[in-house]
Design a protein around this ligand. Structure first.
Ligand code: CDP
Length: 232
């Protein structure tokens, strides 16, 4: 059998609700296939961080457009953990984008048409050479509608709340589970009802409900689907 690395390189999209483990799965899948992993949510989070730091009035489109002109985003591999991390204007901002301050604003920012156009253009450029796994909300529907493999991830509400609580309370022990529950509900609502590229399952996506799956079980499922497409 040919080495998987020398086979056809495809685009794999992973979309779904907040905190259902998309990034964990997509990162591991990319590693197994020797593909690039891109967390598109990190781009919207980094843009939100820039707006917060610079007091950009997100209700004022002129200010938003001017601010976007000053934003440069890139992904770079962190040699200490092997992760593809996001840089904003020459600064690694990975540690600043995951807290509640950004989480509370990001879905409002991500609903702005100009912000999406800015991010999607870069996502499409990164995907030009294929060999990529990208996770987000609109990757299979708007960014790469012709992707060879589209995965739509979901998990029970309470499972998602508990996962995010565990992740955030490790870093911030004073965080309340209620705060997380309401943030996820609010973001899911905004993400799926916004006008521009709302979160929805692409018609040709396969559904992966990981409520009762271990990270390895979900990875094996996705790897199976990916190998089928790669060997097509
Ligand atoms: O980690 P979690 O699943 O909670 O969120 P994320 O992937 O980091 O994305 C943060 C937010 O960015 C989402 O709630 C969406 O509002 C927005 N987003 C988007 O609109 N489109 C994407 N392709 C990715 C994220």
């Amino acid at each position: 059998m040919r080495q998987i690395e020398s086979m056809k390189r495809i685009i794999i999209t992973v979309d779904g609700w907040s905190s259902c483990g998309k990034s964990t799965m997509a990162r591991q899948l990319a590693k197994q296939l020797n593909y690039i992993f891109i967390d598109s949510g990190a781009m919207y989070r980094a843009i939100t961080l820039y707006f917060l730091r610079n007091n950009t009035d997100i209700k004022d489109l002129t200010s938003v457009i001017a601010a976007l002109k000053n934003i440069q985003l890139s992904f770079q591999i962190n040699s200490s953990n092997g992760n593809n991390e996001i840089w904003l204007n020459g600064e690694n901002v990975e540690q600043f984008i995951r807290g509640m301050e950004v989480a509370e604003k990001v879905s409002e920012v991500a609903a702005i048409k100009q912000v999406r156009e800015f991010a999607v253009k870069q996502q499409q450029m990164i995907g030009e050479k294929k060999g990529i796994v990208m996770d987000g909300r609109d990757i299979g529907t708007a960014v790469f509608p012709n992707a060879e493999l589209k995965i739509f991830m979901t998990a029970d509400n309470e499972v998602r709340v508990l996962r995010r609580f565990k992740e955030l309370s490790d870093k911030n022990p004073s965080i309340h589970i209620e705060e997380i529950r309401s943030n996820l509900a609010q973001r899911d609502h905004m993400d799926s009802t916004r006008e521009v590229s709302p979160l929805r399952k692409a018609e040709d996506a396969v559904v992966l409900d990981n409520s009762h799956l271990t990270p390895d079980e979900q990875l094996q499922l996705a790897l199976g689907w990916a190998r089928e497409k790669i060997q097509d």
